[in-house]
Design a protein around this ligand. Structure first.
Ligand code: ARG
Length: 459
């Protein structure tokens, strides 16, 4: 097969080399972006007098046809033409003949591929923000319907202090808000236009880079031609931001899995989001959160892979950089799939308020509040802590909870305890008492609703 770059070669490429060096099997995903970029490039070449307007019109019409044919799968993309850029050019030559050879004037595949990647990624980022916002809204809706639902908050996975389920859901809303903001911030670094950098040292043609940037709605131009073709920071940043999103999703997944167990029984995921067992008829498995948790591995792997590929690469382009695509596509698709499921799964999740309440009531998670009560009666906190430790030990030995003790029993440990202790130690009072900004008291959680809603609508 004749290569676009075949002039200085006297032998055909070894078949295995051809297959090994080709990227068409994965960079075909860039076809649409490649063609959009080529159209803007040709348009600019004409307005700068490098091509005639008539030539540009024919090339653009040809590119439209190629675009259509690739979209409908009417053409073969060929490993012999290595990558999407050369495949498109070949297909164009079939449409319009030798004039297709003028398309690549003043351009290299090195700046072309950088352009395609940026065009692709900026769409992915915008869609991902949209999906994250939908997830935040689902979490917020669950929070609002569960303002009064009390469950144990945990540290070390041991019951620690009661919180509301609303408070717990809001923690995730804020995590995903930071994720949204990180993606949005990264957009300005993705949205810089590399075309015009050529292979590495720009071009001798009097091109107008700004015109291409304007046409393709870039925020600015990559400012150094060597950097423009060598930079994959924007890919790494995307892989890092998505790793963080995956980590957040994985923590939430882990909680959903635990909460769905008979041991917790705090939630039940809707049947539509669970699967069964081929052997055990009673099973209803939380496969979706498990798989989301599991896929965090590949998302992290893609980040580490890309960081390692770029490490030690000399300037400017090196073929190693062709390895930038599969991880990026894989992460984008992995996250897209997870986020598409997560919002409706959270929305339809059933919250077992009674089981949550029982877990709080049948526990010692109000012990801090007994200590705080004693502090209110002028007992130093350390002393109060020790006294309550004794009370808890007494209860454990007796097989009861703090609220089951009589006033006489309390008095064996401290005279400062009075009748009002029974009101102070109910789960409701314990949550309500945590009335600091950011705390779980109802009005504080409502403040969180307002603040989150504000940021979400601004996203
Ligand atoms: N397929 C190549 C890549 O993805 C395009 C750039 C090739 N440039 C080159 N000089 N071989 O990196």
């Amino acid at each position: 097969m004749t290569k676009l770059w075949g002039g200085r070669f006297t032998k055909a490429t070894n078949q295995l080399v051809e297959e090994y060096t080709a990227s068409i099997n994965f960079d075909r995903k860039l076809a649409r972006y490649d063609i959009i970029g080529s159209m803007a490039h040709v348009d600019m070449l004409a307005s700068c007098g490098i091509l005639t307007h008539q030539e540009a019109a024919i090339i653009i019409e040809g590119l439209n046809k190629v675009d259509y044919k690739i979209e409908c799968g009417k053409v073969e993309l060929d490993v012999g033409h290595e990558d999407i850029h050369m495949n498109v050019e070949q297909l164009l030559s079939k449409e319009i003949g030798p004039l297709s050879g003028k398309l690549h004037t003043g351009r290299s595949r090195n700046d072309q591929v950088a352009l395609d990647m940026r065009l692709y990624l900026r769409e992915v980022v915008v869609d991902m923000v949209e999906q994250l916002v939908q997830l935040q809204q689902a979490l917020l809706t669950q929070a609002k319907t569960n303002l009064d639902t009390i469950l144990p908050g945990y540290t070390h996975l041991q019951r620690a202090q009661p919180v509301s389920f609303a408070h717990h859901m809001m923690a995730y809303v804020f995590m995903f808000q930071r994720d949204v903001e990180r993606l949005q911030d990264s957009f300005k670094r993705i949205n810089q236009m590399p075309l015009g950098a050529g292979a590495l040292a720009g071009t001798t043609f009097p091109i107008d880079r700004q015109q291409v940037a304007d046409k393709l709605q870039f925020d600015g131009l990559c400012e150094n031609s060597l950097d423009a073709v060598s930079d994959r920071d924007f890919v790494i940043e995307f892989l890092a931001n998505t790793s963080m999103i995956s980590m957040h999703l994985s923590r939430l997944s882990e909680e959903l899995v635990q909460w769905s167990s008979t041991e917790f029984n705090f939630i039940e995921l809707d049947d539509a989001f669970c699967t069964g067992s081929s052997m055990m008829p009673q099973k209803k498995n939380p496969d979706v959160p498990e798989l989301v948790r599991g896929k965090t591995g590949r998302v992290y792997g893609n980040l580490i892979g890309m960081l390692t590929t770029l490490k030690s690469l000399p300037l400017a382009y090196n073929k190693d950089m062709q390895e930038d695509k599969e991880g990026m596509f894989d992460t984008a698709e992995t996250l897209k799939g997870a986020l598409a499921l997560f919002a409706p799964m959270i929305e339809t999740m059933h919250v077992n308020k009674e089981a949550m309440y029982k877990a709080v009531a049948e526990d010692y998670s109000n012990a801090t509040d007994l200590a705080d009560y004693l502090v209110g009666k002028n007992v130093p906190f350390r002393e109060a802590h020790a006294v309550v430790g004794q009370v808890v030990l007494h209860c454990i030995n007796k097989g009861c909870y703090l609220l089951d003790l009589s006033l006489e029993e309390f008095h064996q440990f401290s005279d400062a305890i009075e009748e009002d202790i029974y009101e102070a130690l109910t789960p409701e009072s314990v949550v309500a008492a945590r009335n600091v900004p950011g705390g779980p008291a109802k009005n504080r959680v409502q403040e969180q609703f307002l603040s989150a809603e504000k940021s979400i609508t601004a996203s």
